[in-house]
Write a protein that binds this ligand. Structure first.
Ligand code: FMN
Length: 168
């Protein structure tokens, strides 16, 4: 059964995970925009890879509208948070309020890249830093974490997803 990863990535962390998954499993990897003109018949498993933006998984709505009847549907989402935070679980639940049973979801720690962010996102992050500074202080872990670019990606975070794919 063939697997395809459709990725939506702005600053590159999600794309990197999608490409690593391609190397690790031999699955097809493609930008999400190309999926509109693609015949997905050969694929039994479709993975949508995207990123958190103010709690929302970017372009998830478009992915949910795709006709994937009878296929395994997986969502892998990157974010700036380290793995294992309860707030990430809550954010995932909020993105799958009425249809959670249709999708298997995996969170992958991404990072922050101020160099590659769009201007709108830079402004949003500046506002977010201001709020965190006021609420938690300049010395808080959160403030320090979001005040600069960083990269938390690691191939090992893909292992649970690879194991799940092998179990299908
Ligand atoms: C404006 C903005 C809002 C973000 N909101 C969240 C968020 O709510 N939760 C989170 O974990 N990460 C958040 N992030 C971090 C991104 O999800 C993270 O950088 C992601 O790995 C980017 O993926 P990409 O490099 O594939 O574009 C945000 C980043 C930006 C620029």
């Amino acid at each position: 059964m063939k697997t395809i990863v459709l990725f939506n990535s702005k600053t590159g962390f999600t794309k990197r995970y999608a490409e690593w998954l391609g190397e690790m499993t031999g699955c097809t990897v493609m930008p999400f925009e190309k999926a509109v003109s693609l015949d997905l018949t050969p694929y039994g498993t479709v993975i949508f890879a995207s990123w958190f933006h103010a709690g929302m998984i970017q372009k998830l709505g478009s992915f949910k509208k795709m006709n994937l009847n009878g296929k395994n549907r997986i969502v892998m989402v990157t974010g700036s948070n380290p793995p294992g935070l309860a707030e990430t679980d809550t954010a995932i639940q909020n993105n799958f309020k009425n249809d959670g049973e249709k999708y298997k979801v995996f969170y992958l720690p991404g990072g922050l890249s101020y160099e590659k962010m769009g201007i709108g996102d830079k402004i949003m992050m500046a506002g977010f830093r201001k709020i965190i500074k006021k609420a938690n202080g300049e010395d808080s872990d959160m403030y320090k974490r979001i005040s600069h670019s960083y990269d938390n990606t690691s191939k090992e975070y893909l292992q649970p997803l690879v194991s799940y794919l092998n179990s299908l």
